[in-house]
Design a binder for this molecule. Structure first.
Ligand SMILES: O=C(CO)[C@H](O)[C@H](O)COP(=O)(O)O
Length: 230
């Protein structure tokens, strides 16, 4: 079952509660929250104060993506703010294994994120510790960028690695996801699709969410009929 996680980065920041209510009414179950520090990525967004202020107004699963240096300094604050999932970038964590455990000890489900230029090699020894791998399909920092097609092969390789290790690890993709490529990323092995511009950048958010969900689900129908999986 594919999960569409609308990315708040592309929402109207002056109407966050309404934006969230809208996508929840459309059928969303997850919300992706991009935390940027102006160092690891050249942009700033918001911190745990905003996450905690939104938490009482929705039942959506909060999927917090830390695009920050030294993420270990912020895990507890985002856990207390109401995050269910916390992703940390392998590029920011020399002690990745320890940071993953810190996320779990804070009561959240840990995920590791990879920039487009980062290979899968560093994952082998932490794969059994995480619940999800986030494959960035654009260079992180900004919404509205074009999907990098070579990431399809990375998703396929990751899906094979996870299968070979016999793990239950979700694959999430983030960046440039739209109804045009949703089926392709799902066929490659993605189960969680983050989408900002394709949902919050559209006039009719409900129709956009449903169109994306339909496009992704079509891939599953084709898989079920043909047995094809990446
Ligand atoms: O992590 C991100 C940027 O670093 C965003 O989640 C991502 O870019 C989603 O935006 P869009 O769907 O518009 O590409």
């Amino acid at each position: 079952m594919v999960i569409i996680a609308p990315s708040l980065l592309a929402a109207d920041f002056g109407r966050l509660r309404e934006e969230i209510a809208c996508i929840e009414a459309a059928g969303a179950t997850w919300l992706h929250l991009d935390i940027m520090d102006g160092h690891f990525v050249p942009n700033l967004t918001f911190g745990p104060g905003v996450v905690s202020a939104l938490r009482p107004y929705t039942k959506l699963t909060f999927d917090v993506h830390l695009m920050v240096e030294q993420p270990e300094n912020f895990i507890q604050a985002f856990a207390e703010a109401g995050a269910e999932w916390i992703s940390v970038h392998v590029e920011t964590c020399p002690h990745l294994h320890r940071v993953i455990h810190q996320v779990r000890e804070a009561g959240c489900r840990p995920a590791v994120a990879l920039n487009p230029a980062t290979g899968l090699q560093g994952l082998e020894w932490v794969l059994e510790e995480v619940d999800m791998v986030l494959v960035m399909t654009v260079n992180p920092g900004f919404g509205g960028q074009r999907f990098i097609p070579s990431m399809l092969r990375k998703i396929e390789e990751l899906a094979r690695l996870i299968k070979a290790q016999g793990k239950e690890v979700l694959i999430e993709v983030d960046g440039g996801i739209s109804a045009d490529n949703a089926a392709a990323v799902c066929r490659a092995g993605a189960q969680v699709l983050v989408a900002g511009t394709a949902i919050f950048g559209q006039q009719d958010r409900v129709a956009a969410f449903k169109a994306l969900h339909y496009a992704a689900s079509r891939a599953e129908e084709v898989d079920a009929r043909t047995g094809y999986r990446g």
